[in-house]
Design a protein around this ligand. Structure first.
Ligand code: ADP
Length: 843
């Protein structure tokens, strides 16, 4: 069949169309498949996102539940407040703390926090201010009212919450009830105040008791002394000597108790004086050396040159600690040595902390007792008390003093091997004096010196000292080695010009070595310097027999050693004072002074009158202040001895009246306070009342006479001849001084030691008072020094001190520096003269 022509074009178009449509359908189908795939993917992603979101939501819900639980169940109160003080939300704990049943009740009741809640509205204002300024506050304590009106203590910690632009939205924070803690703190504080009051009361009680005890002690000690001065059977003398020793021991105990109670009550103030560390230590050591050497103990000490010497602090108290530690070390050591060392712990600008050690080779202290011994009245071994005596207070006092010097005291010890007591203490350093300058004299430079000493510590110290002066020491430990070294040096053609020889050595002692040197023609030219011990009488005599004129008493002061070496090398001898001492013949004053004694205690009256009359003074007794004024109106006296505590008008009031009456005439009678009070402030009260000096009871006759002599000028009622004994401008009138102490050389030596301890302190006080422009203090210090130097008949020094005293009194210090320089020169002269005397005493 033929297709009509009309269809032919259609027929020709149709296949193309089918093809196209088919192609389009295919394309659509493909696109549809693609979309479907993508849709499936999108759906899958959506499902994942939904799952993820559900998970996050779940976690969020869990977290919120957790935090809500914390919020709901916290023990601490949690809050949010508006900046102006209204609660936005609070937790149940806060409602509980503030005494509300529900948080809603709290929020609706407490609408004005600062007004309703805070006991002190300004605390809330302070809290808000701190939050504003710092955005966080922690541990802010305040008192608030609970709902029932009860006041409680709370502590708040909060922060300010701000929006992105920094605008304050609200505060949120926590509250804790700390009422219990506060109550405990208050109780503790009350207990502390009560304990402090009790300690003060106890210390005052102790001070009073010790005062009350001192008064009868005065009678016991004085009467015993007088009784011992009379004709006695040997038995009676023995008994009375025991009474005297016991009374002295009791007095020492009283002094310790007084010191301890002053420290405990915080009533001890340290002085701040300029002082020399080396002088202070050496002074303390000199006194102890005699005891050490008596037991055959070496007492070397070592202060390296790096340790500053010019310090600011309390030399008296430092000495007290040192004397206690060394005293104990000597007491508990039978053989060996006691070594003192000082090193610098730290040194920053004008402050230094020094580390002192006192090492002994004694009995040691068991470990379980090493802490205990620092507590009062405790001893390591009570049986020792019977053997060695002691109160167990020394270390407690030293600990207290060390603590006051910002330091600490401790011990290292092994039983049978010895102990080392350490303490640190804090001092100011005088700007001009940091380290002890080492002299570099040409004559000493490279000078060979042979040192012979059996004690290793001594050798080490001497070696360092001599080397620091540029010398070349060779150290040997015994006589044989010394002689060998000397001969060897001669053979080498370089003999030793100087031999420093310890007198006491085992097997071959220093004297034998010296004798051999002297006998050997090749060695005899060597200068021998002998180191002797104070406790060994006869050392100096033996030196003289051997023709050794250069000798030093241990412990050797660094400055003394250097001076002695220089003197020995230049003059090959040190002058020996050969003047014989006068026999102690005079037991009476050559000045028959007329004295008024004002005292209401009958025993003390009798005792004092006895002492004064025995010394050749005439005495009028007044039993109270009124009688004293009457006596003064009736008669002329050279001096008044005035008891401080009397029943009607006490000593202070009586003195004040006397001084007021004197204003009309311009006269000034010396008044000496007799006080049983040992407190510094009591003494100051005496001086402030117009008294010239004070003496502590029990009265010690030598001190009393010394004081009277220093206070009563030669022009007062007495014979001319009495004054003639003191040569004008004398440096040290040995004879007159000995007479003053009834020929008691030991007493004189004690006074000399006392002077050597006191003079540098008084000079330092004079300089310090001048620097401060403090006329009153200058007057007092110069007055004291005047009394001391005059007791040695040192007229020139006394006059120089008097000039300073007068300048202090007038307040015009323009010439004080000059007068002070003069005084220092005279005191140095006196010290030198006294050093000669002390060497003499060693023979
Ligand atoms: P006192 O010596 O007066 O008893 P201290 O407080 O000075 O009092 O000393 C307390 C105790 O410490 C002494 O009794 C002694 O037992 C012990 N002690 C102190 N120093 C030493 C020492 N260097 N060696 C051994 N024991 C010591």
């Amino acid at each position: 069949m033929q297709i009509p022509s009309i269809f032919r074009p259609i027929m020709a178009w149709l296949p193309g169309t089918f093809v196209r449509q088919s192609q389009q359908r295919k394309a659509h189908t493909a696109a549809l498949r693609q979309w479907t795939t993508e849709l499936a993917q999108t759906n899958a992603e959506l499902a994942r996102e939904i799952a993820e979101r559900q998970r996050v939501e779940h976690e969020l819900r869990q977290a919120e539940a957790k935090y809500r639980s914390i919020f709901e169940n916290a023990v601490e109160g949690i809050f949010q407040t508006t900046p102006d003080g209204s609660y936005l939300s609070v937790n149940p704990a806060l409602a509980r703390i503030y005494g509300y049943e529900t948080r809603e009740a709290l929020i609706s009741s407490l609408t004005d926090i600062s007004g309703q809640l805070y006991v002190n509205a300004s605390r809330r204002a302070e809290f808000a201010r701190l939050l504003q300024e710092h955005s966080t506050v922690s541990g802010f304590e305040s008192q608030v009212y609970r709902r029932d009106g009860q006041i409680i203590w709370i502590t708040e910690t909060a922060r300010a919450v701000r929006d992105a632009s920094g605008v304050l939205l609200y505060y949120e924070g926590t509250v804790e009830d700390i009422s219990e803690r506060k109550r405990a703190e208050e109780e503790l504080q009350k207990a502390k105040v009560a304990a402090e009051a009790a300690t003060r009361a106890k210390s005052e009680f102790l001070a009073n008791i010790s005062h009350e005890l001192r008064t009868p002690m005065n009678g016991i000690i004085g009467m015993t002394e007088l009784a011992l001065d009379t004709a006695l059977t040997p038995e009676q003398r023995e008994y009375l000597t025991i009474v005297q020793d016991s009374a002295d021991a009791l007095l020492e105990l009283l002094n310790d108790i007084l010191d301890f109670s002053k420290i405990e009550a915080g009533r001890w103030e340290l002085e701040s004086l300029d002082f020399s560390l080396r002088d202070t230590l050496e002074m303390a050591l000199k006194t102890l050396a005699i005891r050490a050497h008596r037991k055959g103990l070496e007492l070397p000490y070592h202060i390296p040159t790096a340790v500053p010497d010019g310090l600011i602090g309390d030399p008296g108290r430092l000495r007290q600690i040192i004397v206690n530690l060394i005293g104990n070390a000597i007491k508990f050591t039978e053989q060996g040595e006691v070594v003192i060392r000082v090193t610098v712990e730290w040194h920053i600008q004008h402050e230094v902390s020094l580390h002192f050690t006192v090492t002994d080779t004694g009995i040691g202290i068991p470990p379980d007792k090493q802490q205990l011994i620092f507590t009062p009245f405790t001893q390591a071994d009570n049986s020792m008390t019977r053997r060695f005596g002691g109160t167990g207070l020394g270390l407690a006092i030293s600990s207290g003093l060390v603590a006051m010097m910002d330091g600490r005291l401790w011990v290292e010890s092994a039983v049978g091997q010895g102990s080392t007591f350490h303490f640190t203490a804090h001092f100011g350093v005088r700007p001009e004096a940091t380290a002890q300058p080492s002299p570099t004299w040409d004559s000493l430079h490279n000078l060979p010196v042979l040192v012979v000493d059996d004690n290793a510590t001594n050798r080490r110290i001497l070696e360092e000292q001599l080397t620091s002066w540029g010398m070349q020491p060779t150290m040997v430990d015994g006589g044989q080695a010394a002689l060998a070294a000397l001969h060897q040096a001669v053979q080498k053609g370089a003999p030793f010009p100087l031999v420093v020889l310890d007198a006491h050595m085992p097997s071959m002692d220093g004297f034998r070595v010296a004798a051999q040197i002297k006998q050997s023609p090749v060695l005899t030219h060597a200068t021998i310097m002998m180191l002797t011990s104070g406790g060994q009488s006869g050392d100096v005599a033996r030196c003289r027999e051997l023709g050794i004129t250069s000798y030093l008493m241990k412990p050797i002061k660094q400055s003394e050693l250097l001076n002695a070496i220089c003197t020995a090398l230049h003059t090959a001898s040190v002058p020996v004072h050969d003047t014989p001492l006068p026999p102690p013949s005079r037991t009476q004053s050559q000045r028959p002074l007329h004295i008024l004694l004002v005292e209401d205690n009958v025993v003390n009256q009798r005792l004092t009158v006895w002492i004064l009359q025995k010394w050749g003074y005439s005495v009028v007794v007044a039993g109270n202040g009124t009688e004293a004024l009457a006596a003064l109106a009736r008669e002329t006296f050279a001096l008044v001895l005035m008891d401080v505590q009397m029943s009607d008008m006490d000593g202070l009031a009586t003195t004040a009246t006397i001084r007021t009456q004197e204003q009309a005439t311009g006269a000034h009678i010396p008044i000496v306070a007799l006080t049983a009070h040992a407190m510094q402030e009591d003494r100051e009260r005496c001086l402030a009342a117009g008294m010239d000096a004070y003496l502590s009871k029990p009265l010690q006759a030598p001190q009393l006479f010394q004081l009277i002599d220093s206070l009563v000028p030669c022009t007062v009622p007495m014979s001319e001849a009495a004054c003639a004994g003191v040569p004008a401008g004398a440096v040290f009138d040995q004879q007159a001084t000995l007479v003053r102490v009834k020929g008691d050389r030991e007493m004189l030596q004690e006074i000399v030691q006392l002077f050597r301890a006191e003079a540098p302190e008084l000079l330092a006080a004079i300089r310090a008072s001048m620097a401060r422009g403090d006329g009153h203090a200058l007057q007092r210090a110069a007055h004291s020094l005047k009394g001391t130097v005059r007791s040695f008949g040192a007229q020139a020094a006394g006059d120089a001190a008097l000039r300073l005293e007068e300048m202090g009194r007038s307040g015009d210090l323009t010439q004080a520096a000059l007068a002070c320089a003069e005084l220092e020169k005279e005191v140095a002269n006196l010290e030198q003269a006294l050093a000669g005397f002390r060497q003499e005493q060693a023979t």
